[in-house]
Each structure stands twice: as structure tokens, then as C-alpha cells.
Design a protein. Structure first.
Length: 386
């Protein structure tokens, strides 16, 4: 937390605005709009809920297809399933670890061959770990088929591509303020768009689709997805420290780069570099690739367990959705085409999952924390490389 969050919460109590509406909700929405350069933002109680609303607004339903990045958290894809639609998973490319435009094209071609082009209702790329996806290429493909893009920018608040904030490219964009994100309202999200009419409809749906009438009347099934004024107050305070948090996360990443370059071992890599001045990444999490072939046999699991010995938590990267038991029937496309063999381990994101490890990445790592982390890493690396 920064310095002003508690004052906002106190103000909500003092003014008795303890409801899923109020002045902090409005201020938070305006802060999201101006920071991201979008016309309209709707504060919600989760990022998953924001994606759910986006799917409803695009009329995604049974018989429809939504093309989703496989390398992500389940919150990206679950709303597609809630709507009764068919998800189709798309592999990542190496530069950004995000949706591979070639694999996307393969999936579209395949559905077109089956006469199902018009059933593709949305494309859902993710800016994973804060790294902007290749939006130019993805937008070109989406535009040529007139398929709307919904950007999952849950992890990339503060990241930009060619000077434009992530989440502001697609028909709609989604942010998350869950406890693990770069800034947080403990739980929360937002749906943004330059189309005010879409956000107006999202507002209606998010408040149980209540019609204008003195009594409670409904012509549609809605949702209870609005954000509390108390939590929006936390969000107002957090928006003021967002750039500072981005700076802290980027400093973490730079420090890890320096640490591992001192070791000069090939088996430890940070593949996701900023491609050019076109890309600015918030470095939400610092993720390392550990390749046992080039580092004396140390796997990412060896490293994770080794760090855990000293109570230092590291985590594997997101397990791709196409490898999840719950989604084993969902089709999956790589740049080579549709994967037939079931588990789809031979894919870019399957390989990243096998080798990748998220290192401690908090905005508030102290010099004592760093000393513990680097001492333990030194110990584990020297053991493996000797
Ligand atoms: C956190 C996250 C979400 C979901 O956000 P919630 O606010 O937790 O519902 C969606 N997609 C990605 C990639 C995320 O990291």
C-alpha cells in the first residue's frame, strides 16, 4: 500500500458510502481512463468478471468459438466456458511468450475450412507477466476477418506498446486488481473500451441488469459484478503509486539480469527482453528459464525446491491451459497447425512451462531479502556448475 489508501477507506466510512457505488468508484474509473488513455472504464469486483461481461457483450454463446492464448491463468478462459462457447487454444511465440500470430492464423484457417468462420466471436490475447503481445500483427489478422479482440491486460497495467497502454488496443480491455497484481484493491477488476455504448451496456449487466422502473424489473439475466466503494478507495490510492511500483518491479528484473550475467552460464536465460523502444514492460514478475542441458543438470524444479529450503518461494510459470486436465478436450494450435497428440508438450508454451521459474518479484524486496535470495542462488548455482 502507498500513503493515501487508508485515508480513502476512512473517508468511505466517514461518509457512509459502503456500497458497490459511490464517489471513490467514480474517481477510480476516471484514474483508470486517464492513465490508460481509454474513453471509458467500469470498475468491477474481478478481472474474471470483466472478461465474462466482455463475452456476454459480444454475444458469445453455444456454438461459438473464442480463440484464447493457452499460456495464461485460468481466469482468461473460464468465462468463455461460462458462456457455453468453445475455446480454442493458441500457442505462444518466443519473443514475448504471448499469442503467436502464425498459430492464430492456422486456427482461423482451419475453422474457415470447416465453414465455421462466422462462429469465431472473439480473440483473447494476454500480455503475460506484463510483456505486451505483438499487437500490430494480431490486430492485422483480427481486422482482416472483422473479429473483435478482447485484451487480457490483467498482468500488464503500466506496460505499453508503441506508446499506447496495453488494454487500450482491442474492442475491450481487461485489468485485474487482485491481491497478486502490481497494484491491488484486494480483489477487483476493470473493463475498458473506447466505445461508451459498450461500457454502458456492461454497467447495466454488472448491476443485475435492472431496468429503469420504481420496482425491480429485469428483461435480461445480469450479474452482480460491481466494485465496492471501500475497495475503489484503495484503488484510488494505488493508482497514485502505480508508476513507482512499475519502477520497483523493473529494478528487480534488472538486478536478476545482472546477477545471472555474472555467472555467464548458458543454462539460465531471460528470454523475454524488450524488443525495441516499441515495448515497455512493467516486469510484474521476473521469470527465468532454467535449461538443465546447459547448466550442469539443474532443472527449474531443482532450483525451486532448493530455494524453498531457505523459505524463499519461487513458482513455475503458468501451466498452459491446453495441458490442464479440465481442458483436455479443447483444440490447440501451434504455428505448425492443430496439435493431435493430446498433451501438446511439444509447443512453445509447453517448453516455457517446463523450464520457467518466477523468482521473488515483490515491489518491496528489502536489501536483506536480496541478500538471502542471492546467497541461496549462488549456493545452488555453484553446486550445479562445479
Ligand atoms: C489475475 C488474472 C486474471 C483474473 O483476474 P481476477 O481479478 O483474479 O479475476 C485473468 N487473466 C490473467 C492473465 C491474470 O493473471
Amino acid at each position: 500500500m502507498g500513503e493515501s489508501e487508508q485515508a480513502y477507506v476512512q473517508n468511505a466510512f466517514d461518509t457512509n458510502w459502503i456500497a458497490p457505488l459511490g464517489p471513490h468508484v467514480q474517481e477510480f474509473e476516471e484514474a483508470i481512463e486517464s492513465y490508460n488513455g481509454v474513453k471509458s472504464a467500469l470498475a468491477l469486483n474481478s478481472g474474471t468478471g470483466a472478461i465474462h461481461l466482455a463475452m456476454d457483450l459480444l454475444d458469445v454463446g453455444p456454438g461459438d468459438h473464442v480463440l484464447v492464448q493457452s499460456f495464461t491463468f485460468c481466469g482468461t478462459v473460464n468465462p468463455v466456458i461460462y458462456r457455453g462457447a468453445q475455446a480454442v487454444f493458441i500457442d505462444s511465440e518466443r519473443d514475448t511468450w504471448n499469442m503467436d500470430p502464425e498459430a492464430l492464423q492456422r486456427a482461423i484457417d482451419d475453422l474457415e475450412d470447416q465453414g465455421k468462420l462466422s462462429s469465431i466471436k472473439a480473440i483473447l490475447p494476454v500480455h503475460l507477466y506484463g510483456m505486451p503481445a505483438k499487437m500490430d500483427e494480431l490486430m492485422t489478422i483480427a481486422k482482416s476477418y472483422n473479429i473483435p479482440i478482447v485484451e487480457d491486460a490483467a498482468e500488464s497495467l503500466g506496460s505499453s506498446y508503441k506508446g499506447k497502454m496495453t488494454g487500450s488496443f482491442g474492442r475491450m480491455g481487461v485489468y485485474s486488481f487482485n491481491g497478486n497484481k502490481i497494484i491491488t484493491t484486494s480483489g477487483g477488476g476493470a473493463l475498458v473500451s473506447d466505445d461508451q455504448e459498450l461500457i454502458d451496456r456492461a454497467f447495466h449487466l454488472s448491476t443485475q441488469a435492472r431496468d429503469e422502473a420504481p420496482h425491480y424489473q429485469h428483461s435480461k439475466v445480469g450479474y452482480n459484478y460491481r466494485l465496492s466503494n471501500v475497495l475503489a478507495g484503495i484503488g484510488c490510492g494505488q493508482m497514485k503509486v502505480l508508476d513507482e511500483r512499475v519502477g520497483q518491479r523493473r529494478a528487480n528484473f534488472d538486478r536478476y539480469i545482472r546477477f545471472f550475467s555474472d555467472w555467464k552460464a548458458k543454462g539460465f536465460r531471460f528470454d523475454v527482453q524488450e524488443q525495441s523502444e516499441d515495448t515497455f514492460c512493467n516486469r510484474w514478475l521476473s521469470a527465468l528459464l532454467v535449461d538443465p542441458k546447459d547448466n550442469g543438470g539443474l532443472t527449474r524444479e531443482n532450483l525451486r525446491i532448493g530455494m524453498a529450503e531457505d523459505n524463499i518461494e519461487c513458482r513455475p510459470l503458468w501451466k498452459p491451459m491446453h495441458m490442464q486436465p479440465v481442458f483436455r478436450e479443447v483444440p490447440f494450435y501451434t504455428a505448425e497447425g492443430k496439435v493431435q497428440d493430446g498433451n501438446g508438450k511439444a509447443s512453445v508454451c509447453g517448453d516455457l512451462f517446463e523450464k520457467g521459474l518466477c523468482l521473488p518479484s515483490g515491489s518491496n524486496l528489502s536489501s536483506e531479502d536480496w541478500q538471502r535470495i542471492e546467497t541461496k542462488l549462488d549456493e545452488l548455482l555453484s553446486k550445479a556448475l562445479d
